[in-house]
Design a protein around this ligand. Structure first.
Ligand SMILES: Nc1ncnc2c1ncn2[C@@H]1O[C@H](COP(=O)(O)OP(=O)(O)O)[C@@H](O)[C@H]1O
Ligand SMILES: [Mg+2]
Length: 261
């Protein structure tokens, strides 16, 4: 069953130098419990597509058209009140820059605990216990749980966001290049956490990545973007072994292909 359906999404930016067509007629859907990988060169419209799903294209000069269907409603015309109900709890987005999503003035354990009090009505004591549990499950032990975001590495901050997603149990998790800039070990750990969420909780995932290994490990289907359009889509193995579009062939040539899953 379909969880989210993006239908002919078009996003353009009006700039002093004219109109930038960032997303130019993108359509795809993600089924419940499925993972869609999205790849494509820098500037091809991946982030703008993903941000549109959470209505967080952060620019006053953006014009968005098309439809994004989620639970029978077009997100693009939903009220902000409705969006508040979707954010976090139903659709959670891990942005490219994890620090922007964290409160710099609060210890990460407190940020996690707030989720448990706000969304589950837990007492502060129970919330803190759950927060430590969620952080532990992403490899952040008690000694680091009390840290402020600036005291953590990029990979650790990414883990905090995944812990938040684990706490919120969203139906759809959007992860925008969650492994970019991380070393192999850290990348593998992050992917395993996402995979666990998918397998254990049935979370649907939209995974944006430049890494072929990420796609192989997590995604069932892959869409390749180029200049704001999806130029190729198919099963992950098909795309890797027999790319049809010339642009996909270039992209795959640039990616590091590591053996096995
Ligand atoms: N606020 C903005 N104003 C003008 N152009 C923008 C803005 N934000 C993004 N773009 C342009 O939209 C295109 C798609 O961007 P993006 O979705 O971030 O690409 P990707 O995530 O694939 O690297 C790029 O050409 C980018 O320069
Ligand atoms: Mg991007």
């Amino acid at each position: 069953m379909e969880l989210v359906k993006v239908d002919d999404l078009r996003v353009r930016f009006k700039t002093a130098r004219g109109c930038v067509r960032a997303v130019n007629g993108v359509s795809f859907s993600i089924g419940k419990g499925h993972v869609l990988g999205v790849t494509g060169e820098s500037g091809s419209g991946k982030t703008i597509t993903a941000s549109s799903i959470v209505r967080m294209v952060d620019a006053p000069n953006a014009v968005t058209e098309g439809a994004i269907w989620f639970e029978g409603e077009n997100i693009l015309s939903s009220s902000w009140k409705k969006m508040k109900q979707l954010w976090g709890k139903k659709i959670f987005m891990i942005f490219q820059s994890p620090s922007a999503a964290l409160n710099p003035t609060l210890r990460v354990s407190s940020q996690l605990a707030e989720i448990y009090t706000a969304h589950y009505g837990c007492s502060w004591k129970t919330a803190r216990k759950n927060a430590f549990g969620a952080l532990q499950s992403v490899g952040i032990g008690p000694s680091l749980a009390g840290a402020f975001p600036f005291q953590l590495s990029g990979g650790m901050r990414q883990r905090v966001l995944i812990a938040m997603a684990i706490a919120l149990k969203p139906m759809l998790l959007i992860a925008d290049e969650p492994t970019a800039g991380l070393d192999n070990e850290c990348r593998g750990a992050i992917l395993n956490m996402l995979r666990r969420m998918n397998e254990k909780e049935g979370t649907s995932i939209l995974l944006i990545t430049h890494e072929m290994e990420d796609l192989r490990k997590l995604a069932g289907a892959v869409a390749v973007m180029h200049h704001g359009r999806i130029v190729e889509r198919g099963a992950v193995d098909e795309i890797i072994t027999a790319p049809r579009h010339v642009h996909t062939r270039h992209l795959i040539g640039d990616m590091r292909i590591l053996p096995g899953r």
